[in-house]
Design a protein around this ligand. Structure first.
Ligand SMILES: NC(=O)c1ccc[n+]([C@@H]2O[C@H](COP(=O)([O-])OP(=O)(O)OC[C@H]3O[C@@H](n4cnc5c(N)ncnc54)[C@H](OP(=O)(O)O)[C@@H]3O)[C@@H](O)[C@H]2O)c1
Length: 221
């Protein structure tokens, strides 16, 4: 199957948690790492999150650096990559920052999504893709993204989406920042059973700010 190059990027504490016990976003990485993440976003054609992340964090998923946005425009691209949200039941609040009309967004739903809500989303000028029966079908989505010109896809989380991508065997690289923090409870980097487990080869480790970034390659890629 033709698909984009898919990479995951996330930040976790030393206990593998990506949120605190109330599933709230807490600063795990440092300024230097946020710059690294911004470059990864700017180099991508699309960035993807699950509805859990939209509901918890309300992210804008845009490139923060003006310089990086200008470089994209000089290269003939839009200032920001396409934003993709996995949202089987179309639960996305219409005032979510990711639905701002200044940047392209694709809300990916399944056949069980409420048609009226889909029309409301589309009325805002946001594209909707129906892809899968009860949950978003990741393989079909990747084919669609490739067909529409996406060659590099950044998956930013959360834990359940990361788990699904790893389970499907479609991930080419995993970048994990490990920050000096521990939560003891909260959303894990990978939420949901992987059976069989996914094994990964370590390609690189580097110190950034007060933590480390690891680069892994899944063996099932
Ligand atoms: N530290 C970090 O780097 C980082 C990065 C991102 C997020 N986060 C945190 O992660 C937390 C959210 O993680 P989460 O696991 O609760 O939610 P999530 O992974 O963001 O979203 C999961 C939801 O996406 C929908 N979905 C649709 N199709 C799916 C598919 N094929 N596979 C998986 N999910 C699919 C499902 O809801 P429906 O069935 O309703 O569609 C599912 O419950 C937030 O609290 C956020 O702060 C941390």
């Amino acid at each position: 199957m033709k698909k984009p190059f898919v990479f995951i990027n996330a930040a976790m504490g030393i206990d593998g948690r990506i949120t605190d016990w109330k599933r709230r976003q807490v600063r795990i990485s440092c300024e230097e790492d946020l710059k690294r993440v911004d470059v990864l976003r700017a180099e991508s054609d699309a960035v993807l999150v699950g509805i859990g992340t939209v509901l918890a964090d309300n992210p804008s998923l845009k490139v923060k650096s003006e310089k990086l946005r200008e470089e994209r425009v000089k290269a003939g691209k839009s200032p920001n990559p396409l934003r993709v949200v996995l949202d089987s039941k179309a639960r996305i609040p219409l005032n979510s920052r990711v639905l701002s009309t200044d940047t392209e967004t694709l809300v990916v739903v399944s056949e069980i999504a409420d048609r009226k809500k889909l029309m409301e989303i589309e009325k805002r000028g946001v594209k909707v893709l129906v892809c899968g029966k009860n949950k978003v079908d990741i393989q079909s989505l990747l084919k669609h993204l490739h067909d529409t010109g996406v060659r590099k896809l950044m998956v930013e989380g959360g834990g359940r989406v990361i788990s699904s991508f790893l389970r499907e065997g479609v991930v080419d690289r995993v970048y994990v920042y490990v920050g000096g923090i521990a939560f003891g409870e909260g959303v894990s980097l990978v939420e949901g059973r992987l059976n069989p487990p996914v094994r990964l080869e370590l390609l690189n480790v580097s110190k950034i700010g007060k933590g480390i970034v690891m680069e892994w390659k899944p063996e099932n890629a």
